[in-house]
Design a protein around this ligand. Structure first.
Ligand code: NI
Ligand code: MN
Length: 229
């Protein structure tokens, strides 16, 4: 499986047959090196409705005739924007051509701002457990540390976890390191940091802080791809 990190919380997973992108935010992302127009995927997965997670969802879905997978309210909103979408909710899972997606908790908020400045509720924020190419991958979305991460780690053998470390809007590095332990993640990639001045963090230092717990990881650069075996 190839993992490509596009910066912020935007991650693309590919196995040569299927490709999916999570939380596409390329347009307007100051650290992104890839253009939304160059993304080729069959599925777009969304953790919540904030613009730094859905900025390119409609564009990428339309250009690729790709299907969006998101919580019910956000999926309905995506449908209203003219794209195919599967709505689901926390605790549920759905099988797709590439594998299975299960929606789990995240502690955050979720909304979109309309052109006339109204804030519209987009359902609960979520984390996504993705069974893909023989791996179990958790994308935490935007979240605080919460105790039921232990339950998620107990119920799922997580090979790879994308965990926010930026602080301010999500966990900072200390809470994220505890999250990695509670999730019993085997390999961790930090996300949601260094995109803006308010969420500057040292990704390499975070990864090193996991070593005493036997957790591997990598602070990926925007645009960087790795093969995950
Ligand atoms: Ni958010
Ligand atoms: Mn965010």
């Amino acid at each position: 499986m190839q993992i490509t990190y596009h910066g912020h919380s935007c991650v693309q997973l590919s196995d040569g047959r299927h490709s999916l992108i999570i939380d596409p935010f390329l347009t307007g992302n100051p650290v992104a090196v890839t253009r939304a127009e160059d993304i080729a995927v069959q599925h777009v997965l969304l953790t919540h409705g904030h613009s730094d997670h859905i900025a390119d969802a409609v564009g990428i879905a339309k250009r690729n005739d790709a299907e969006v997978i998101a919580i019910f309210e956000l999926a309905s909103y995506m449908e209203s924007q003219g794209v195919k979408a599967t709505g689901m909710n926390i605790g549920g899972s759905v099988a797709k051509e590439f594998g299975r997606v299960k929606m789990v908790q995240a502690f955050h908020s979720s909304s979109v701002m309309t052109d006339d400045g109204r804030i519209v509720y987009m359902g609960m924020p979520a984390g996504l457990i993705i069974h893909f190419a023989g791996h179990t991958i958790l994308h935490c979305g935007d979240t605080s540390l919460f105790g039921d991460m232990k339950l998620i780690g107990e119920r799922h053998e997580i090979d790879l976890a994308f965990i926010p470390i930026g602080d301010l809007f999500t966990m900072g590095p200390d809470d994220a390191a505890l999250a990695a332990q509670w999730l019993k993640a085997k390999f961790v990639v930090p996300i949601h940091y260094n995109t803006f001045p308010t969420i500057q963090q040292d990704g390499d230092q975070f990864v090193r802080s996991l070593e005493p717990y036997g957790i591997q990881g990598k602070a990926m650069k925007p645009g960087e791809s790795i093969n995950f075996a």
